[in-house]
Design a protein around this ligand. Structure first.
Ligand code: FAD
Length: 450
């Protein structure tokens, strides 16, 4: 059989699914629709392109983030329709309504299997709904191009929101020579990603990088002149800025799903089973618009990140092509860089464990990222969290030099196996002086916690 597989959204989840489905079933007709101009690119690289860490060659330079061009996808047998917005699903008839934005007409496309890989949109609070130039969100390549255009002549930036995207952009704007004020409503930056002491270390690094970080400040409005933003009105007074980045959160793009009778979960994202199937026969969902099961808490969560988007897409692609694959769930692993510091987490923070009513205990270890006598040793701080009574490993947080915090992966892998603290202590980790102490800092933490 030659199933007709249609995919809405062509970035991480959508393109992974398309490639997989075609590879598994070369007879399948696979077509990807995206309302935008770019598909199959790494949005995660956008702050680094803006900051100059990714070399850029004129306008074409944005292609550095493109994994596969539409031409390359077509050569693999995947149809790609750019600037085609899916506006409706008739699940009974098995058809999509697709608006061809260039031709201005709506097409009806039949499907046997449909994947919703529509991602998320950046939130724009009321005060950010403005015609003023110089006010931006960052989700995709056109957003980044608009920020790049606004950088010309800009000297002062305000970044609203101290999550990881706000932090990465703050560093990028500093690299481009702007003075930056980072405004955060909560008492500390980095959201719920890290426990308070670890968030504070990230803030101190931003301050060392010359950023004016103001926490506990809410934004009330924007000021402008001649069509261009001039400042941000805050509960703490006026912050002058000729460039404003709004990075206050995201919401899943679920309008299409909801209208088609696809069930959403409590998180507001699309609910799926482990095969990425929704409640509507023939309709799958994957990526940032979709919930996942947290393997530590067994709850459904919405953690929109790159690896899970790719992996969910791959699973959906296999299943849509007639194979059998399951998504294993996530453990809430995340990592970001801020100037000379990396911060990483996996599993649960102490605060998250407390909020869930778990009896959790954490230890904090301060050490160096490799043997103290070997040149260039940098401080590393590790918090390891376990469950009292069962000895189960619950999570880890690391703040240190950017390369050193990637050891979070050791804990992430063990969490996926529901391992206990003893298992971490027993792990045979790599050692040589340029990389770690003979007892790696994770082993030291596990020893203290067990
Ligand atoms: P998206 O990338 O959002 O793609 C969805 C696509 O669907 C879009 O192109 C959209 O135009 C299209 N679409 C939506 N609705 C329709 C419709 N009705 N019709 C047609 N097309 C439609 N993750 C990490 O793990 N690590 C990082 O360091 C990291 N950094 C990031 C930095 C930035 C600045 C951003 C924005 C994201 C970052 N992420 C990071 C998150 C990561 O980029 C996402 O998890 C990933 O892009 C999700 O892929 P997706 O395919 O689910 O959705």
């Amino acid at each position: 059989p030659s199933p007709r597989i249609l995919i809405v959204g062509g970035v991480a989840a959508g393109m992974s699914a398309a490639s997989r489905a075609r590879r598994l079933n070369p007879d399948a007709h696979v077509t990807v629709f995206d309302r935008g101009e770019y598909v199959s690119y790494g949005a995660c690289g956008l702050p680094y392109v803006l900051g100059g860490d990714v070399p850029r060659f004129g306008e074409e330079g944005w292609d550095a983030l493109v994994a596969r061009t539409p031409g390359q996808m077509r050569a693999r047998g995947v149809g790609v329709r750019l600037r085609h917005e899916v506006t409706g699903i008739d699940a009974g008839a098995g058809t999509l309504s697709v608006l061809d934005r260039d031709a201005g007409r709506t097409l009806t496309e039949p499907y046997d299997r449909l994947l919703l890989a529509t991602g998320v949109s950046a939130l724009r609070p009321d005060w950010a709904q403005t015609e003023l130039g110089g006010v931006h969100v960052l989700r995709d390549i056109p957003d980044a191009q608009a920020i790049e255009a606004s950088l010309k002549g800009a000297r002062r930036a305000a970044v609203v929101g101290g999550g990881y995207i706000g932090i990465e952009l703050t560093e990028a704007l500093r690299s481009r020579g702007l003075s930056v004020v980072l405004l955060e409503q909560a008492p500390e930056i980095a959201g719920r990603a890290l426990d308070t002491a670890y968030r504070r270390r990230v803030r101190e690094e931003l301050e060392r990088g010359g950023v004016d970080v103001r926490c506990g400040v809410s934004v009330e409005g924007l000021t402008g002149k001649a069509g261009r933003v001039t400042g941000v009105q805050t509960s703490d007074g006026l912050v002058r800025a000729d460039l404003v980045i709004v990075a206050v959160g995201i919401r899943p793009n679920v309008e299409l799903a909801r209208a088609a009778g696809v069930r959403l979960g409590k998180t507001g994202a699309v609910a799926v089973n482990t095969r990425q199937e929704t409640n509507v026969a023939g309709i799958y969902a994957a990526g940032d618009n979709t919930e996942a099961v947290h393997r530590v808490t067994r709850r459904r969560v919405h953690v929109p990140l790159g690896l899970s988007a790719n992996r969910m897409g791959r699973v959906a692609g296999v299943n849509m092509a007639g194979g059998d694959a399951t998504f294993p769930g996530i453990v809430g692993t995340a990592i970001f860089k801020c100037f000379g510091l990396g911060a990483a987490r996996t599993g649960l923070t102490q605060a998250e464990a407390d909020a869930l009513g778990l009896k959790a205990l954490s230890v904090d270890v301060e050490s160096t990222d490799h043997a103290g006598y070997y040149k260039g040793a940098q401080p590393i701080h590790v918090r390891l969290t376990g469950e009292v009574g069962t000895g189960r490993l619950l999570g880890a947080q690391l703040v240190g030099s950017p390369g050193s915090v990637k050891r979070v992966d050791v804990v992430a892998a063990l969490l996926g196996q529901r391992a206990d603290v003893e298992a971490l202590f027993a792990a045979d980790l790599a050692y040589a002086p340029p990389f770690s102490g003979v007892w790696d800092v994770l082993l030291v933490a596990a020893d203290q916690l067990r």
